[in-house]
Design a protein around this ligand. Structure first.
Ligand SMILES: Nc1ncnc2c1ncn2[C@@H]1O[C@H](COP(=O)(O)OP(=O)(O)O)[C@@H](O)[C@H]1O
Ligand SMILES: [Mg+2]
Length: 238
């Protein structure tokens, strides 16, 4: 065994963030190793999106620290965090409606591991529909496009905000398979915000339950998967 110093992909300590003077998240600490996968669970309004937004730089920072691969990033603007390798797929997907699928992908292109051909290989449906406009595609295709566009920026850490929301079960299974592949085969570090706790716990190794802007649980996903009553208690408490 070697004990070379290992740097976490992401380390958050004592984070307090919100919007303007309003504080939403309080005393958030977490660490996520490279290639780790973290589920963020909790009811509507507890601050899941705000946590992802804070990692990306879209919220107001009040206190604490966020380090990405050992480097403090909480004072950096969004585009610099993206350049360092953080990719964000917002809950709103933010597809450009009057661009084609292919144009939506190419606007985000950066040299790296995800040329458009590899995105098409991960999501063959996007290849089939590459000439369709952003406003002509289904919700599942929009989600694939939003994920594909984030990958085109060649992230090492991918933040996914409710990617399965409102999608038909067959599309959910297909997206989950793609997310699994990104974690297991592509070596991405992933943070997955999800309403469906069971699905999220199945594809991640660590989980965080938020309640009213604070951490109610931090631990193994498997532990919550094996103990659904505990999970319900954690989510519903407060
Ligand atoms: N842009 C914003 N400005 C002010 N308050 C916001 C904004 N976005 C979200 N909030 C508030 O922050 C809290 C957490 O919201 P959010 O992070 O979206 O929760 P979740 O994603 O868990 O549903 C809520 O009380 C919400 O009303
Ligand atoms: Mg949200």
């Amino acid at each position: 065994m070697t004990d070379a110093p290992s740097t976490d992909a992401l380390r958050i300590e004592g984070l307090r963030t919100g919007y303007g003077p309003t504080v939403v998240l309080e005393d958030i600490s977490l660490s996520l190793p490279e290639c780790g996968a973290l589920a963020i669970l909790g009811r509507n309004g507890v601050g899941k999106t705000t946590l992802l937004a804070s990692i990306m730089g879209h919220s107001t920072f009040h206190a604490g620290s966020i380090a990405y691969r050992g480097k403090p990033i909480h004072a950096l603007p969004v585009h610099e965090r993206a350049r360092l390798g953080i990719g964000y797929v917002p809950q709103t997907r933010d597809i450009f409606p009057s661009l084609t699928i292919e144009e939506n992908l190419l606007v985000a292109a950066r040299p790296g591991r995800w040329p458009v051909e590899r995105v098409y290989e991960l999501f063959p449906r996007l290849a089939e529909r590459r000439g369709h406009m952003g406003n002509q595609i289904s919700g599942g295709e929009q989600q694939m496009l939003a994920m594909g566009r984030a990958l085109m920026g060649d992230p090492a850490l991918l933040l996914l905000d409710e990617p399965l929301e409102g999608l038909a079960p067959i599309i959910v299974q297909s997206l989950l398979a793609s997310i699994r592949r990104l974690i297991r085969d592509e070596g991405l570090t992933v943070i997955l915000v999800e309403q469906s706790a069971k699905l999220a716990l199945e594809v991640t190794d660590q989980a965080l339950v938020l309640n009213r802007g604070r951490i109610a649980y931090a631990g193994a996903s498997a532990e919550l998967l094996l103990n659904p009553e505990r999970l319900t208690e954690l989510v519903m408490a407060g």
